[in-house]
Design a protein around this ligand. Structure first.
Ligand SMILES: [Zn+2]
Length: 285
C-alpha cells in the first residue's frame, strides 16, 4: 500500500515516526505551516519556521525514504495578531520556492474580520502564484464556518477545483461536495473522524476527490492513521485500487496542480548544508 499523507506536521514528530510511517507505506507527505501552540511575536519567527519546512524537514524525511513538500501561509489563528500580519507581505518570496505545493493552511479559526482579510489575501496569492490552496474548516461551529469560507472563495480568483477543504465530517460533506472543491478528512485517535466513520462516508460518497490525512502534530494524534484507513477500507470490501485512489492518486493529483510535485525523495546522501552542525546522523554515518 503506497500512502501520501496530504496534511501532517512533521516538525513536531520524531524520527521514530518517520521510520514507522515508511514501514506503514508512507512515501510522500505535505506539511502545511501552522501555529506553534504558543503565539509567535514577529514575522521573523515565521521566516525561520518556513526555512525549516523548506530545508531541514525534507532532509530529515529523505533519510527515511519519504518525499516532503510543504504548504506555506499565515495560519488562521495568528491572522488575528497585529504582530504577525506583516508576514502577508513576505509570503510572495516564499511561495516561489520549488518545494511549496500549496498556500495553506488558511481559513477560519474564530471567524473575525481580520481572518476574512487574511483568507481573501492568501486566496489571491495562491491564484497569483499558480498554487492550489489548503483551507482548514474551523473545529467549532463547522457548518457556519464552511459557509463563510465558501462565500469568500466564491468572490476569489481561485476556482474550487484548486481548493482542498480540510477537517470535514458528516455535517459538512454535502455542502463541501456541492462546492466543487476537493474534500479532506483528518483522522484522529479519539475525537472527530475515525477510520470507521471514514469508511462509512466512503461507502455513501465514493472515492472521487476524497483525501485522508492524519493531521498529526504535537497534540493527541497518530501519524499512522492514513494506513488505518487503508486497512479499514480493505476490511470493508474496497479494492486495492480504491485504496490507492484515496491514499495516493487523489493527493498526488491535487498537489500536482502546483506543477512542483516530485514524488521521489532526494537520495539520503544528497549533500546539503544540514549535514553539518547537527546530530541527526550521529552514530557512525
Ligand atoms: Zn494542521
Amino acid at each position: 500500500m503506497r500512502i501520501f499523507d496530504p496534511h501532517i506536521h512533521m516538525t513536531s514528530r520524531t524520527t521514530d515516526d518517520y521510520r514507522a510511517m515508511h514501514t506503514a507505506g508512507v512515501r510522500a507527505l505535505v506539511e502545511p505551516s501552522f501555529w506553534l501552540g504558543q503565539p509567535r511575536t514577529s514575522p521573523a519567527s515565521f521566516h525561520d519556521y518556513f526555512d525549516s519546512l523548506l530545508g531541514w524537514e525534507p532532509f530529515r524525511a529523505a533519510q527515511y525514504g519519504i518525499a516532503h513538500h510543504c504548504a506555506l501561509a499565515l495560519n488562521p489563528k495568528e491572522a488575528n495578531d497585529p504582530r504577525c500580519i506583516p508576514l502577508l507581505d513576505d509570503l510572495p518570496r516564499y511561495l516561489v520556492k520549488d518545494n511549496v505545493v500549496a498556500v495553506g493552511e488558511i481559513g477560519y479559526d474564530s471567524m473575525t474580520p481580520a481572518e476574512d482579510t487574511a483568507l481573501a489575501t492568501q486566496l489571491q496569492l495562491a491564484a497569483d502564484h499558480g498554487l492550489p490552496a489548503l483551507i482548514h474548516t474551523p473545529h467549532r461551529d463547522k457548518r457556519a464556518g464552511l459557509r463563510r469560507t465558501l462565500d469568500v472563495l466564491g468572490e476569489s480568483a481561485l476556482p474550487p477545483e484548486r481548493v482542498l477543504l480540510d477537517h470535514l465530517n458528516e455535517t459538512t460533506i454535502a455542502d463541501a461536495t456541492d462546492s466543487g472543491c476537493w474534500l479532506g478528512f483528518s483522522i484522529y485517535p479519539d475525537t472527530k473522524m475515525d477510520e470507521h466513520r471514514m469508511v462509512t462516508l466512503l461507502r455513501s460518497h465514493g472515492t472521487d476527490r476524497i483525501l485522508v490525512n492524519s493531521a498529526a502534530d504535537w497534540g493527541q494524534s497518530d501519524p499512522l492513521k492514513t494506513r488505518a484507513v487503508g486497512d479499514a477500507m480493505l476490511a470493508a470490501g474496497f479494492t486495492d485500487d480504491d485504496v490507492d485512489q484515496v491514499l495516493w492518486r487523489n493527493p498526488a493529483t491535487f498537489y500536482g496542480l502546483s506543477g512542483r510535485l516530485r514524488l521521489e525523495p532526494p537520495a539520503p546522501d544528497t549533500p546539503v548544508d544540514h549535514r553539518t552542525g547537527n546530530s541527526t546522523l550521529r552514530g557512525g554515518e
